[in-house]
Design a protein around this ligand. Sequence first.
Ligand SMILES: [Zn+2]
Length: 220
Amino acid sequence: MSRNPAAEPVPPFQLRQCTNDACRFRFPLTDNRVTGDLCPVCGAAAAFTAVYPTGNPPATLPARQHVEALLDNVRSTYNVGSMLRTADGAGVRHLYMGGITPPPDHPKVAKTALGAEQSVGWTRCANGLDTAVALQQRGYQVWALEGTPDAQPLPQTAVPLDVPILLVVGNEIAGVDPGILAMCDKVVYIPMQGVKQSLNVASAFAVAAYHLAFDGVNDG
Ligand SMILES: [Zn+2]
């Protein structure tokens, strides 16, 4: 997406608050609706409270690490669109769409990616394992994101800066291809604190992509 603020003028969003002291509901007006005069919860008058800040986005920071990613047999167009947007944001250099993963020019993917499908280079590959092996032979470290019994916790895994990394995520149900788990350089997982054993694949990809891109160390 463009970082030029002139390309996408931001409307002056307003914050309103219900004048009923028993309610005090606060809510945004994010378009040109005039219905913000009434509280959507209790129907009392809603008062103008503040305008959201507008202006240039904060300064960007170059990613430290060369990261590419293999989205292998990801089924959901929503997840792929979300990961495209993450890849654009984190500076992931290239995406490989393996197996059944829908390509970025699929209409439903583009709808979620919001333009990021135009900015990140991508390649379709019929066989994700072949792609991972080929990149490893060219000097990439292949890191699979999967909660296997012997996986390393991602936050405590040092990211080397002197070698490009291929991050691999797999199918929403089955996970990363066992063939890739067998040949990869590292298997990393995101520690889970609650009752669920994993994050949504797009959320996990976002955590991992940002860690790899920005948290590398020189002597890892
Ligand atoms: Zn109210």
